[in-house]
Design a protein around this ligand. Structure first.
Ligand code: COA
Ligand code: MG
Length: 288
């Protein structure tokens, strides 16, 4: 799962447009992209879209609900679970307790709707409040539904009163780089997928591609998109290139003799490199 495209939950036009992209998943949004007085319309539209798109082999359908701290959250779930979403994106998570609560809600609603128990997965946005930053390490084993963790720079800025999260050169300020790294480590610690956050300047595909490549290099496995044009650069950045595959094959060949440390192109390689090479090939294999 390389690309998750956000689609406002009340826009017929954008639902249609999203279908023409190669996004691995759409995230039908019931939270910030929907105006307060349109929430009922959006819930109905999302439910209808899910119900009429049952074949998810090419594109998974996820839904971003409202934060559990609001009374909207449970109403969102009650309205849409019957459409059997592949997963729920939970914003403004404060700790693993939120993931556990969502798991219970989903368990009850799956029974009510006659959906396979445990089938709906969860992706939590785990850095959107200051307090969330201090509970990030606690997600391991909290729920079998937990599929991934992602982070958000925009809501965290608002939460801490920062007027910007980037410096004059467009680089993330330290607090936000910290949130990004902590999210990555937290996801790995919980053995779930780390998914990088949105790149808001949707006109700059080159910068998005570079940011996506950098994210992949440090261990993220996918990224969130907010515009159809962002899907292709993200998919490209998170797909092993021919050179990546060739290099991984050479690394594996170098270790074929069964030794623990080898030299390749003048560099020392040991077990972590072999592990990474296998990961690249597994990723390439999974996309075939
Ligand atoms: N999903 C599907 N289609 C989208 C889309 C999205 N996220 N963003 C834009 N489109 C469509 C537009 O409707 C337009 O289609 P049309 O030609 O049929 O009208 C086409 O893509 C080109 O869009 P463009 O004119 O470049 O952008 P815009 O000004 O219409 O929209 C945003 C810009 C930022 C408002 C829009 O991209 C958007 O709504 N993004 C998602 C926001 C969101 O969900 N945020 C919450 C998560 S942070
Ligand atoms: Mg937000």
């Amino acid at each position: 799962m390389r690309s998750f495209l956000f689609v406002p939950g009340d826009s017929e036009r954008k639902f249609a447009k999203a279908e023409s992209t190669a996004a691995d998943a759409l995230v039908l949004d019931l939270e910030d992209a929907v105006a307060a007085d349109r929430i009922d319309i959006a819930r109905g539209m999302v439910r209808e879209y899910l119900s009429s798109h049952r074949d998810r082999t090419r594109t998974q359908l996820w839904v971003r609900i409202n934060p559990l701290s609001t009374e909207k959250a449970l109403r969102d779930l009650a309205a849409i679970v019957g459409g059997a979403p592949d997963g729920i994106l939970l914003p403004k998570t404060t700790s693993a307790n939120d993931a556990i609560l969502l798991d219970h809600y989903l368990s009850a609603l799956e029974v009510r709707e006659g959906i396979e128990a445990g089938s709906i997965r969860m992706l939590v946005v785990a850095t959107e409040t200051a307090e969330a930053m201090f509970t990030l390490g606690g997600f391991a084993g909290c729920s079998k539904r937990l599929w991934g963790m992602t982070w958000g720079a925009e809501d965290l800025s608002a939460a801490i009163g920062a007027s910007t999260n980037r410096d004059e050169n467009g680089e993330l300020e330290f607090t936000f780089r910290l949130a990004r790294s902590m999210c990555l480590l937290a996801a790995k610690a919980a053995d779930v997928e780390p998914i990088d956050t949105v790149f808001t300047n949707f006109k700059d595909s080159e910068a998005l591609f570079r940011e996506s490549q950098a994210a992949r290099r440090i261990g993220f496995t996918g990224k969130i998109a907010i515009h159809p044009d962002q899907v292709e650069p993200i998919n490209r950045a998170f797909t092993a290139s021919a050179e990546d595959i060739e290099y991984a094959n050479r690394v594996i060949a170098a270790f074929a003799a069964g030794v623990g440390t080898v030299a390749l192109d003048g560099k020392m390689l040991d077990m972590p490199h072999l592990k990474q090479a296998r990961r690249v090939l597994a990723m390439a294999q999974a996309r075939k």
